[in-house]
Design a protein around this ligand. Structure first.
Ligand SMILES: NC(=O)c1ccc[n+]([C@@H]2O[C@H](COP(=O)([O-])OP(=O)(O)OC[C@H]3O[C@@H](n4cnc5c(N)ncnc54)[C@H](OP(=O)(O)O)[C@@H]3O)[C@@H](O)[C@H]2O)c1
Length: 211
């Protein structure tokens, strides 16, 4: 597939790019600034694009799927994910792209069936601490949910830099109780491995490490 990775130069983006190339995909990498350590691969091209600027997303013309990994470090107010996703949805409609996968931290969503302990920890600690980025992430997920794209939101527990082990569960929706860290390499493998998976269209899954 011809896959656009938005946020390709970030912590998650780099690993997803490597995995997509390893799996034989053609990668269109997007970010505002190019990578210092350039990727040299015949199936890799890097483009400057700002998700806040719809016109700059014209580079999406001709891609089969978009992986959205745009973010901003820190806890300040931002709309880069939500407005960025809104622009991606518009661009996707314009270029006939149906498939979009976005990654979100599992803590953003407080599941109705979560345990009381989890609800309290999320509501009174994580959501207070990360109020601004979480609001942006919630809105990003809403943009997808309201679209008619074949979207998937992959929510993930805390990510580690360990090698891929496959030791994780992919739970539909949210997790109820405590979650365990997941290797970033496993997340990348999951995202790339499900680019073409119709069973995950219009679905949310949460990745959590195995006991
Ligand atoms: N790190 C985690 O543990 C984790 C877990 C789950 C979900 N997430 C979410 O996954 C996303 C990526 O996380 P990360 O840790 O990889 O973030 P990161 O290292 O800060 O990377 C963010 C990426 O987004 C790009 N970007 C920022 N603003 C942009 C814009 N206006 N237009 C285009 N590209 C833009 C950055 O490149 P430029 O600045 O050059 O544009 C960079 O490539 C975030 O939304 C984060 O909340 C992270």
């Amino acid at each position: 597939m011809r896959v656009a990775v938005l946020g390709a130069t970030g912590r998650l983006g780099r690993v997803v790019v490597d995995r997509a190339l390893a799996e034989g995909h053609e990668v269109v990498a997007l970010a505002r600034r190019p990578r210092a350590d350039q990727v040299r691969h015949e199936r890799y091209t890097e483009h400057q694009a700002d998700v806040m600027d719809l016109d700059s997303l014209s580079v999406l013309d001709g891609v089969d799927a978009v992986v959205f990994l745009v973010g901003r470090p820190g806890r300040s107010t931002t709309v880069v994910r939500s407005t960025g996703m809104s622009n991606v949805v518009k661009a996707a409609a314009g270029y006939g792209i149906k498939r979009v996968i976005a990654v979100s931290p599992s803590a953003v969503h407080i599941g109705r069936d979560a345990t009381l302990v989890r609800k309290a920890a999320l509501r009174f600690f994580w959501h207070k601490l990360n109020r601004n980025p979480f609001l942006d992430l919630e809105r990003m997920e809403d943009e997808l949910g309201l679209s008619d794209l074949d979207w998937t939101v992959v929510r993930t527990a805390r990510l580690t830099g360990r090698p891929a082990s496959g030791a994780f569960d992919a739970v539909p929706g949210s997790v109820r109780g405590p979650e365990r860290p997941v290797a970033l390499a496993d997340l990348a493998g999951y995202v790339v491995g499900h680019l073409d998976d119709g069973a995950l269209h219009r679905a949310v899954v949460t990745l959590t490490g195995k006991r």
